[in-house]
Ligand binder design. Structure first.
Ligand code: AMP
Length: 282
């Protein structure tokens, strides 16, 4: 594995790979790798000839400076893990390389960016995500890019951006990788104390409870949300949101019969802000 830190070198590298007929896969990340990241890298390794993993903690998508400053960083360990998974290139540019002086452009997907995570974190969050992902698509020019279902809204917003801006890239979404007790793997889980870590498993239990209600033939989304809410309450967790949405338009849905339905939850547990989701009838 080689590490590349400049856009010019990255662009030249993938241009040469493409000229040699190699299929290029990109896995965008913010580092602090866990098994969720590993699954994306393995999928890219299987599907592509040249695997690029980007590692960039993107300031533009953080709404709080303290959250950005505290974000876990482990670049050396990340590089070792990516290398052992057969990644060809770790693209780890500096903030100045990505956002040079005078940088003034923002890519914004209207509507889809304004609900759920966008409503909680502010309109800048997905604009920050889309701007950096658009830049990565331009610099790396991948044939396929790999994202995790864990960030369901992000995948929906990025698919829309790729379509709207004519990026010739296929978007692959891989299932959420979980801890044995169901907690979705996240770099932010490192913030949890042991007691919070135990309580945090209520998020996935809540989603399973919603699935069970749906599986019993219940047609009301509110009934599924009610079961999920009860699980959270038992763990003393007040969600920022817990909602049933259409997984393409993110419009609110009342009926589980208009399948599939995305159930998405976000909650603070101690210092960690956690998100998770499940697809009913997906
Ligand atoms: P991040 O480094 O948190 O920005 O995540 C990089 C990529 O890994 C994103 O596409 C995430 O959706 C994905 N990801 C994060 N956590 C998980 C997980 N538990 N399972 C699957 N993919 C994940």
């Amino acid at each position: 594995m080689i590490t590349i830190t400049t856009k010019a070198e990255m662009h030249a590298h993938t241009a040469a790979a493409r000229a040699a007929g190699r299929r290029i896969g990109l896995v965008p990340t913010m580092g602090a790798f866990h098994a969720g990241h590993h699954a994306l890298m393995k999928a890219a390794r299987e599907a592509c000839d040249e695997v690029v993993v980007s590692l960039f903690v993107n300031p533009a998508q953080f709404n709080e400076a303290s959250d950005l400053a505290a974000y876990p960083r482990s670049e050396e360990r990340d590089a070792a893990e990516a290398s052992s998974l057969g990644v060809d290139v770790l693209f780890a540019p500096s903030v100045e390389e990505v956002y040079p002086p005078g940088f003034s452009t923002s890519v914004r997907v209207e509507g889809l960016s304004d609900v759920l995570e966008g409503a909680e974190r502010g309109p800048g969050h997905f604009a920050g995500v889309c701007t950096v992902v658009a830049k990565l698509f331009n610099v790396v020019a991948p044939d396929v890019a790999f994202f995790g279902q864990k960030d369901a809204q992000q995948t929906i917003v990025i698919r829309r951006m790729a379509r709207d801006l004519d990026f010739a890239v296929a978007i692959e979404v891989l299932p959420t990788v979980r801890e044995p007790d169901g907690l979705a793997m996240s770099s932010r889980n490192a913030y949890l104390t042991p007691e919070e870590r135990r309580r945090a498993s209520a998020l996935s239990r809540a989603l399973r409870a919603a699935q069970e209600v749906a599986g019993s033939g219940e047609g009301s989304a509110e009934a599924a949300l009610e079961a999920a809410r009860a699980e959270l309450e038992q763990a003393g967790i007040e969600p920022e949101y817990l909602e049933a949405r259409d997984p393409e338009t993110l419009a609110a849905v009342d009926s589980l019969n208009s399948r599939p339905v995305l159930i998405a939850v976000a909650a603070r547990v101690g210092a960690a802000r956690l998100i998770d989701n499940t697809l009913i009838g997906g």
